[in-house]
Write a protein that binds this ligand. Structure first.
Ligand code: SAM
Length: 243
């Protein structure tokens, strides 16, 4: 997959060089191409932004340097053009999965008050927000977007099962996990996990996932088809017999 990024701060993307994502980039399963907006500054002072028409706070990234940066990207590797913005549709598991199947995307990483609306209307296919909060720049949103979609690209995460069993992949949050030692500050690992009984362990994990989802993100349960057993557990939870 080709990921093009237009940014004023290319160095921030060095953070991609670590862990499984870094390895995927090294193998060229994912190609990151960074385009520095400053290369299309409109004057020798490095200007790429200007005051908003009609007044108001801050500065706005100008359409022209953005257009020129976009023109630096070969048309056949441009793919879907995504503007990161708190005004976009919220990034979620499904969206990350959908984007991972594209051969290329181009991410516009904004700063200041955002970017000239005419660039958005003329060039942007989609606007994405990573959450209902405002960041000072799109770079950190871009890093999150790239990391989340890369997990769905075959080979990036060695063990595909781990992606399939992650929170949200089956509509539930994942339950708690434990590792050595068996006893930590007088708190023991749940006994069932030491039993060696794989069927029981799986049932416990499934129940914990349901309980955790019910407690923390009950709205997620509206979108999953529950088994009879799960419905019964939910009824018990709702009537507070298990909590
Ligand atoms: N003035 C804009 C508004 O009110 O909608 C916010 C601009 S924000 C300070 C600067 C840049 O940070 C945006 O252009 C965008 O690239 C990025 N950004 C901020 N919050 C974001 C979010 N929740 N998701 C994605 N990108 C975000």
């Amino acid at each position: 997959m080709n990921i093009n990024i237009i940014t004023l701060f290319p160095e921030i993307f060095e953070a991609l060089d670590y862990g499984l994502l870094g390895q995927a980039i090294e193998r060229e399963d994912i190609k990151i191409n960074i385009f520095n907006l400053r290369e299309h500054q409109i004057n020798k002072h490095g200007q790429v932004d200007d005051k908003p028409y009609g007044g108001g706070q801050g500065m706005v990234l100008m359409a022209e340097p953005l257009e020129k940066s976009l023109n630096d990207i070969p048309t056949n590797s441009l793919g879907r053009v995504i503007n990161l913005s708190p005004q976009g549709s919220l990034l979620n598991h499904q969206k990350a999965n959908e984007l991972s199947s594209l051969s290329a995307i181009t991410i516009i990483s904004g700063r200041y008050e955002g970017i000239d609306e005419r660039f958005i209307s003329q060039y942007v296919d989609e606007e994405i927000s990573i959450g209902d909060f405002v960041l000072s720049g799109g770079e950190f949103a871009a890093l999150s977007l790239i990391d989340s979609l890369s997990r769905f690209i075959p080979g990036v995460i060695g063990n595909k099962k781990s992606v399939d069993q992650d929170s949200l992949s089956q509509g539930f949050l994942k339950g708690p996990v434990f590792t050595r030692p068996e006893n930590f500050n007088s708190e023991s690992v749940p006994e069932v996990l030491l039993s060696g009984d794989h069927k029981k362990i799986q049932e416990w994990k499934d129940d914990q996932a349901l309980i955790r989802t019910f407690k923390r993100r009950p709205e997620l349960l509206k979108s999953v088809k529950l088994t009879k057993k799960q419905k019964k557990l939910l009824e018990d939870l709702a009537s507070k017999r298990i909590l």
